[in-house]
Design a protein around this ligand. Structure first.
Ligand SMILES: [Fe+2]
Ligand SMILES: [Fe+2]
Length: 340
């Protein structure tokens, strides 16, 4: 910034401050940056947001947000704001996240201020605002997944209550392992997402032929191949719709086994994504409790004994330990959402 520009900002500053003050309580995070992208002003919502997501308040904008902006975005920001052909303005997306918070997606816009004293050629400051699009976007995406789930349940004999219960067990297990050093990947976002995405584990069954899906007797080998394909189909479907990889991981890997003898890829122990290892326990407990054409319903005690027996074979032994601590809650969830 030239000395002339600095003076221009100085002259313009009272005007900017009045503008800023009028936006202090706006329900939108707002900042004013000088020509070097240093904060001249942040309204209350932006100050609170920066505190919550642990952004340093004393650094220029690009430095403060560098953790959440890829370098291409940072250079795009610089270029756009110095370029007359883009109107010295920029629009981009910044996601905010810490292990203790849910992920928030914002659409960010930067618009120029021109001071009359500079002849209006170069901006002397920028107006920046963050529009939180998380809620609407998540809602839209989840509606699509719900529709897909409903379509798959129309084909399958599985009930809507089964998938609801699997959500509850999985969400509860994820809460129980938060801050457990054995599971460093678990954060607030993980807990929130698994409590919804666990229900999607069998969504790929939408691609399995009805006569195989609903066959009363045992499947023959070719039929099994098609049935196993539901994991891959589900993974592809969810990957194409939902940005969080957990959706794909659950659908793809919920039939893998800790001992490497599962499908579709014979993944071994921790190669199996954690979310899928959790859903496997939730899904199997619930399947054991239900009446199936090939077996009577197990009591809670029988189902728990079966899961303990499979520790280290079918299931992650650390997670079985967690399950044992939650057995009563599993029983309560089953009883309060039982198929009648
Ligand atoms: Fe499955
Ligand atoms: Fe299931």
């Amino acid at each position: 910034m030239t000395g002339g520009d600095a003076n221009a900002l100085g002259d313009f500053l009272p005007c900017l401050r009045r503008f800023a003050a009028s936006n202090e309580e706006a329900p939108l995070a707002i900042a004013i940056l000088d020509a070097h992208f240093r904060f001249v002003h942040r309204n209350r919502m932006l100050r609170e947001m920066m505190d919550l997501y642990e952004y340093p308040a004393d650094r220029p904008f690009l430095e403060a947000f560098s953790r959440s902006m890829p370098s291409s975005e940072i250079s795009g920001f610089r270029t756009a704001l110095s370029d007359a052909s883009t109107g010295h303005s920029w629009k981009g997306e910044i996601d905010h996240w810490t292990p203790e918070t849910l992920r928030v997606s914002t659409v960010v816009r930067a618009l120029p201020f021109f001071a009359p004293a500079t002849g209006g050629k170069n901006p002397v400051a920028f107006f920046l605002y963050f529009d939180d699009v998380t809620k609407q976007r998540k809602l839209d995406l989840r509606r699509i997944l719900q529709a897909l789930l409903k379509a798959s349940l129309l084909k399958d004999k599985e009930t809507g209550l089964h998938v609801e219960r699997v959500n509850s067990y999985a969400g509860r297990m994820a809460q129980a392992i938060w801050r457990d050093a054995r599971f460093p990947r678990v954060d607030a976002e993980f807990i929130e997402e698994i409590g919804f995405l666990a229900s999607m584990h069998d969504v790929g069954k939408i691609g399995v032929r009805d006569d195989i899906l609903n066959k009363e007797g045992p499947l023959i080998e070719g039929e099994w191949d098609e049935m196993r394909q539901h994991t891959i189909n589900g993974g592809i479907l969810l990957h194409s719709i939902y940005p969080n990889p957990m959706a794909r991981e659950i659908a793809l890997s919920h039939h893998e086994r800790w001992n490497g003898k599962g499908y579709p890829y014979n993944l071994l122990d921790r190669m199996i994504p954690l979310a899928a290892r959790i859903v496997t326990i939730a899904d199997v407990y619930d399947a054991l409790r239900m009446r199936r054409s090939y077996k009577p319903p197990f009591s809670h005690v029988e189902a728990c004994a079966s899961i303990r027996r499979e520790s280290g074979l079918l299931f992650d032994p650390d997670l079985v330990e967690v399950f044992i601590g939650l057995e009563d809650e599993f029983e309560r969830i089953y009883d309060t959402h039982a198929d009648r």
